[in-house]
Design a protein around this ligand. Structure first.
Ligand SMILES: [Zn+2]
Length: 483
């Protein structure tokens, strides 16, 4: 039973000592993902893909509730589409992948989509006629390609990744503004309710906003190693793309109007975010709502009680079907080995059942995040499990929230700012909002970027001055290192 491979099952470095190495081993050994033979790409293994499906299931429900419909547009985008919106083209140009084959009909060069604004809005310009067609709310689940040169980091940075991109069209900017924020709040809720990940949320600076947007809203998580992860963005595109793609409509009075647009997206980055936030030195700790299987049942088998124990385990599995339990009845592994494996794979609750438990009419329940053990009567399981899972979710969220809050530091001058960057804090400060000043910060202080101007509390302090240039502050803003 024991072979050489078993020895490598566990993670060999500690999260608090070398987070980068820990994270990589965690993703590989828990079988979430693997590296691909092509540089910059990775493989989502079944467990990793199951987590993506959890995100899809949650968010499809939310989108449908908001009147969004799913559709699918082509992977290839004609080069001329990029040239229609100049800022967008300039922003994405360095990382667009071009294919060698040209479109036979137009003779045009084709890009592999880095994002789909251009190809989708070309279609919208044909479909939109009247105010009765508005709003348009369409989402696509797709892969996109951005020819990154930085090193691949599983789920967090790669050339190809999976995401959803929502593309909406509105009669006016008031409706557009409202829903740009609405979908951002949907993302915030997703992070909190599904992933147990707290976020700060707000507006990107002029420098950091999406190429071609009037403004960009973002949610940002803060990792245990003191780096932020941009988890989702929602852009108000104004009328720029509509004008570039010739979109207009007849309003109620019969006048021709140009619509306002938004786009918003989240990606497989969310998997990396949740995994990095919560997991420990034994392996994954999956938040209960995110975990595809909430429960694993491990029978403790002795030959003379084998049938009775397995029979009871099967009964429990059937009764708990709602939690998609795994019954690990493999003969070739001992219980201790199975415990380690399921801890590595992050199943929230482990139920152990042996001959003594059978006699007592109970199971031993172990929760993944604390390792705490308790005995639960078999007939009480269906009532007890939701409580255990909810408590676990709340604990994980609260622990992450306390960590983030403990890292926030108020800074009002450059020296303290630099020190806080060194200490990997989430820096709250006053800022002039000017692109030149932000470029100066980026150039002179290594690895730090602005994260967001919070939607709540983003107004400038009275009499506040920019920490970098000393001009009057226009906002309160967060800076930090980031992934
Ligand atoms: Zn400044």
């Amino acid at each position: 039973m024991a072979d050489a491979k078993e020895k490598n099952l566990g993670i060999t470095v500690k999260k608090e000592e070398d987070m980068a190495e820990w994270y990589q081993q965690l993703c590989l050994k828990s079988e979430l993902a693997d590296y691909a033979p092509v540089k910059g790409c990775y493989i989502l293994r079944p467990l990793g893909f199951a987590l993506w499906e959890q995100i899809q299931a949650y968010f499809n429900k939310r989108m449908k509730y908001r009147g969004v419909k799913n559709a699918y547009f082509p992977l290839f985008i004609p080069e001329s589409f990029f040239h229609k919106e100049a800022t967008h083209a300039e922003g994405f140009n360095p990382e667009v992948a071009w294919i060698a084959n040209k479109d036979e009909d137009s003779g045009e060069r084709l890009a592999v989509r880095p994002t789909s604004e251009t190809i989708i809005y070309d279609s919208y310009s044909k479909w939109l006629r009247s105010w009765r067609d508005l709003p348009i709310r369409i989402n696509q689940w797709a892969n996109v390609v951005r020819w990154e040169t930085e090193a691949t980091k599983l789920f967090l940075r790669s050339r190809e990744f999976l995401w959803q991109e929502g593309h909406c069209v509105y009669e006016n900017n008031v409706d557009c503004d409202r829903e740009v924020e609405l979908f951002l709040i949907e993302y915030k809720d997703l992070c909190e309710k599904l992933l147990a990940v707290p976020v700060i949320y707000g507006r990107k600076t002029e420098k950091e906003k999406f190429a071609g947007a009037d403004y960009t809203l973002t949610i940002e998580a803060f990792m245990p190693d003191g780096k932020a992860i941009q988890c989702g963005t929602s852009h108000n595109l104004g009328q720029g793309f509509a004008k570039a793609f010739g979109m207009d409509f007849q309003d109620k009075e019969g006048n021709t109007q140009i619509p306002c647009q938004s786009s918003w997206g989240i990606s497989t980055r969310l998997i990396g975010t949740a995994v990095m936030q919560h997991s420990d030195n034994k392996g994954l700790v999956l938040p209960p709502n995110f975990a595809p299987n909430k429960v694993v049942i491990v029978p403790i088998i002795f030959e003379n009680t084998r049938d009775a124990v397995l029979g009871k385990c099967q009964e429990i599995k059937d009764a708990l079907a709602h939690f998609e339990p795994i019954l690990d009845d493999r003969d070739e592994y001992k219980p201790g080995w199975k415990f380690n494996e399921w801890e590595l794979k992050g199943v929230p609750i482990r139920l152990e059942l042996g001959p003594k438990d059978l006699e007592a009419g109970q199971v031993t329940a172990v929760v993944r995040d604390t390792g705490e053990k308790q005995y639960i009567k078999v007939e009480d399981l269906t009532a007890a499990l939701p409580e255990l899972l909810t408590a676990m979710h709340d604990r994980m969220f609260e622990s992450a929230r306390l960590h983030m809050e403990s890292k926030i530091v108020d800074v009002d001058n450059l020296d303290d700012f630099k020190k806080a960057v060194e200490e990997r804090k989430l820096i709250k400060t006053q800022f002039c909002g000017e692109i030149g000043c932000e470029e100066d910060i980026k150039e002179n202080i290594s690895g730090v970027t602005s994260r967001c101007i919070p939607l709540e509390g983003g107004e400038p302090k009275e009499g506040g001055k920019c920490f970098n240039c000393g001009k009057d502050s226009v906002c309160t803003i967060y800076f930090s290192k980031s992934y």
